[in-house]
Design a protein around this ligand. Structure first.
Ligand SMILES: Cc1cc2nc3c(=O)[nH]c(=O)nc-3n(C[C@H](O)[C@H](O)[C@H](O)COP(=O)(O)OP(=O)(O)OC[C@H]3O[C@@H](n4cnc5c(N)ncnc54)[C@H](O)[C@@H]3O)c2cc1C
Length: 649
């Protein structure tokens, strides 16, 4: 079984069939752009992370090309993405549903149209389509950083190939409020590390564009035959399969370039990809995305008074918009949401509405945060890891990525020598930490592919600086696999925020594992849903069942330590220990690009400082009076089954 790997670093130890360098590919018979008998344009529009027709500046621009003879909206089902990016079933399902929905939307505009799915790498597909269909133009929504991270295909590669093939490329930004490349340029090449900074730079860049118009008609597609449809090299992939343990069936998706002859160019199914059905209740698609958007915008007061910190992570129905999966896959346009909210707020004000919220907690602030992370990610090499990352503070976390002498990440990741940390990490991932709030959030995440922002805060804080002191790289990878809305900038960015590695530095502020969820729900509805073994506990113990007297456990038919785990650690003691070490790390103030981090000596140095300052587990526990507790923590047993406070019956 293959374990989780870095997305950007190929596994140096695993032989992998590298894509053939462009220079070594057989030269196709070049087709001149004016191959069309009438000198007209034959355009392919390459959908990637923009599965919509609305508010798409890139699609609008593509359709504005003069004298279009044929137009094919295409999707390259890229085996690099299917095999070399770790993705759970819920995200696969959402993607396929969104592709099917987009295809239907195209057919509504022109009965001959659909989303033409070609099952191969973009480089191969482009060559093939130029040769067989006489394509003269390729257009797409520009998002080079994010896209290259998920597929390993860099936009520059396609630009170079297009030049070689003599066709025209039109890449148009549209995924963010402002083009991250432009923002970085205005910010003198630097990343935006605070919202204030992002706002300062973009305030000089004019107004956010209005949503572009939705096409009302579409040119016909041209001929769609592909020669050598079964040519072996087109789609096959024989490297490591990072989704091996998600895939339960045989993958037949890449048997041919255009898919099964019964439904050529169709969207693959979950079973064609060898995946089992999804578990989520969140459905993909631009129609569903717009339904949710309209629903949100129809509640004027909710829009005007939206306040992220006051939303409820504990509620069974999402208390925020749940638009993130639709934004991630581009099922709705970001300007539709922005300007939709603006219009609502203006109307609310006009009608004398009160209590309007301000940035950053209102909806505009949320969308600006997303752009801020995108503008940081695009400017910072190795944003998704610690080593080499210039904005990430160095902390001697457990379970950090490991690198060989040449600086390549060692994959598959060897089991860490720190057994306790490994066990804590597995317990966190599997939702069996013995802290019901954390376990419910992690189980919801795996089942639904989405959890509330503040639930993400809770589990990320617990795993990293709050209690476990495990590298944010590990947590980020789990989110990467399970989140439907996974985003290559927002995910690492928020993990750095929560672990106080970048963007946020108040490491002494830690979420309580019992007190925090109690603020918004004393009855523990989310725990009762996702940890059903605890459902009959009284409210008083729902977030701390290990404190319940034996009689109550028996009545709830759940004996702690047998039917549900004891807490894996002492919340307050570990918090103290974490804060002490973070203080040292902040004092040392190394970042991921410091030479000691690069040459591997930083960890030893920082651990030496912890020892000098008495910031070791032994010393922290020494200060505690409870001898029994002291012994158990030092023995590294973690679980608090023997020393937890037990109330009398
Ligand atoms: C550890 C961690 C990892 C995260 N990983 C991701 C990720 O991979 N992809 C992702 O889209 N969001 C991520 N977030 C941010 C945030 O939790 C989600 O965007 C939000 O919960 C999505 O739910 P919503 O659509 O109901 O949000 P709403 O509150 O309704 O906000 C609307 C939109 O604003 C954007 N947004 C809001 N907050 C943030 C934020 N902090 N950072 C970036 N964008 C934001 C999202 O696009 C969101 O859909 C992460 C947060 C944490 C703490």
């Amino acid at each position: 079984m293959t374990k989780l790997k870095s997305k950007t670093q190929p596994n140096p130890k695993t032989p992998k069939k590298e894509p053939v360098p462009l220079s070594e590919l057989p030269k196709p018979t070049l087709v001149k752009p004016d191959r069309s008998p009438k000198g007209k344009a034959r355009v392919i529009y390459w959908h990637r992370t923009d599965l919509r027709l609305t508010d798409s500046p890139a699609l609008t621009r593509a359709l504005d090309i003069q004298d279009i003879e044929y137009f094919w909206p295409i999707w390259c089902f890229d085996p690099e993405y299917v095999y070399r990016h770790r993705v759970g079933v819920n995200r696969w399902n959402f993607l396929l549903e969104s592709m099917n929905n987009l295809s239907e939307e195209y057919t509504k505009l022109n009965a001959k149209q659909k989303l033409w799915v070609v099952r191969s790498r973009p480089e191969f597909v482009l060559r093939k389509l130029v040769k067989d269909w006489g394509v003269t133009h390729i257009c797409w929504e520009k998002d080079s950083n994010a896209y290259s991270k998920i597929s390993n295909v860099r936009d520059e590669k396609i630009f170079a190939l297009a030049e070689e093939l003599g066709i025209q490329v039109i890449a148009t930004p549209g995924r963010h409020l402002f083009d991250p490349d432009e923002v970085i340029k205005q910010n003198k090449g630097k990343p935006t590390m605070t919202l204030h900074q992002w706002q300062g730079v973009t305030s000089k860049m004019g107004e956010i564009s209005r949503p572009s118009s939705t096409p009302t008609s579409l040119p016909d597609p041209g001929p769609s035959e592909l020669q050598d449809n079964h040519e072996e090299d087109w789609g096959k992939y024989d490297g490591v399969d990072l989704n091996a343990d998600v895939r339960t069936g045989k993958d037949t998706c890449f048997d041919s370039l255009a898919g099964p002859s019964s439904s050529p160019f169709s969207v693959p199914t979950m079973s064609q990809l060898g995946f089992p059905p999804s578990t989520t209740t969140i459905n993909g698609g631009t129609i569903e995305g717009h339904r949710r958007l309209d629903l949100f915008l129809s509640d004027k007061e909710k829009v005007a008074k939206f306040s992220k910190p006051h939303s409820e992570p504990t509620s069974l129905e999402p208390s925020t918009t749940l638009l993130s999966p639709y934004i991630k896959f581009g099922c709705i346009g970001i300007r539709e949401l922005w300007w939709g909210c603006k219009a609502v707020v203006v109307e609310y004000r006009k009608k004398g509405g009160k209590g309007e919220t301000k940035e950053p907690e209102n909806m505009f602030g949320q969308l600006e945060f997303r752009d801020m992370y995108a503008c940081a990610e695009a400017a910072v090499p190795h944003f998704e890891r610690i080593r080499g990352n210039s904005v990430c503070k160095y902390v001697a976390w457990s379970l950090q990525n490991q690198y060989d002498d040449e600086g390549n990440e060692i994959l598959p990741r060897p089991r860490d020598k720190d057994e306790q940390a490994e066990e804590r990490f597995q317990a966190w991932k599997e939702g069996r930490t013995g802290f019901p709030w954390i376990d419910a959030c992690m189980r919801q995440l795996k089942h639904e592919g989405w959890i509330h922002h503040l639930a993400r805060h809770s589990v990320a804080c617990f795993l990293t600086r709050g209690q476990c002191y495990i590298s944010w790289e590990r947590g980020m990878e789990v989110f990467d696999e399970w989140l439907i809305d996974w985003d290559p900038a927002s995910n690492p960015g928020n993990w750095m925020w929560l672990s106080c590695s970048a963007f946020f530095s108040q490491y002494f502020r830690v979420y309580g594992l019992v007190s925090w969820p109690q603020k918004t729900d004393k009855s523990g509805a989310l725990v009762r849903k996702y940890c059903p073994e605890l459902k009959d506990f009284p409210d008083k113990y729902i977030y701390s069942p290990h404190l319940a007297p034996q009689g109550i456990q028996e009545k709830a038919k759940c004996i702690i330590g047998k039917d549900y785990p004891f807490p894996i650690l002492d919340e307050h003691l570990e918090k103290e220990y974490c804060i002490a070490r973070l203080k040292d790390a902040y004092h040392l103030n190394y970042h991921g690009d410091h030479e000691d981090v690069l040459n591997g000596t930083a960890e030893k140095k920082l651990i030496g400082i912890h020892e000098e300052n008495g910031h070791t587990r032994e010393k922290i526990v020494d200060g505690k009076e409870d001898e029994k507790k002291r012994k158990r923590v030092l023995d590294g047993e973690g679980a608090m089954d023997k020393f937890v406070k037990r109330e009398k019956k």
